[in-house]
Design a protein around this ligand. Sequence first.
Ligand SMILES: *[C@@H]1O[C@H](CO)[C@@H](O)[C@H](O)[C@H]1NC(C)=O
Length: 186
Amino acid sequence: MVREILIVFAALFCEAGEARTETAQKAVHLGNLIFTDDVLFTVSARSALQCASQCLSVKGCLTFTYTQPSSQSTSCRGHTSVMTSDSTNQTAPGSSFYSFACDSSNLQTEFVLYQNARIRHTNLYVVNRPTLDECQAACITEPQCRSVDYNPTTLHCNVQDVTPLDEPDKWQLGGHDYDYYQRACA
Ligand SMILES: *[C@@H]1O[C@H](CO)[C@@H](O)[C@H](O)[C@H]1NC(C)=O
């Protein structure tokens, strides 16, 4: 199966005054459909970007479909899971499916920094007292690695296979010495 994915836009995720940039990717092979699995909300939206912002503002929203307003369907539908070719669906012309979940094949070697942020208790493993470069290098060699929490004082390095979109309740801003680095997604 050809899985054509396009980068469409970045949207802001705001929590406790901090902003995160996330990229949603359009899965062309899931076009002209809406899905009934794991629906978190259905609202109207004026654009795919507005629908993306809505998804990022609702805890647990990982994917969404945006349907052109000319269609009968509600235009913005958020989901807690990634849809596949087995997902329960209905035909809805003008719909596009977008995902904030990054495919491992799209993960980059660059990181985006979020200061005084971390994800609690979701480590793949801990690296002992590395430099920041060594901590990030450990992540890059791990195909599942999405992010690291790094404490520049204690040199703690937590290698993680999740982002705050996967673990919204474990995302912690402030009150600790960690910085959060998320692998960029092409
Ligand atoms: C849509 O649903 C049909 C049957 O209901 C299924 O055969 C098909 O694989 C589904 N397509 C996607 C992209 O989920």
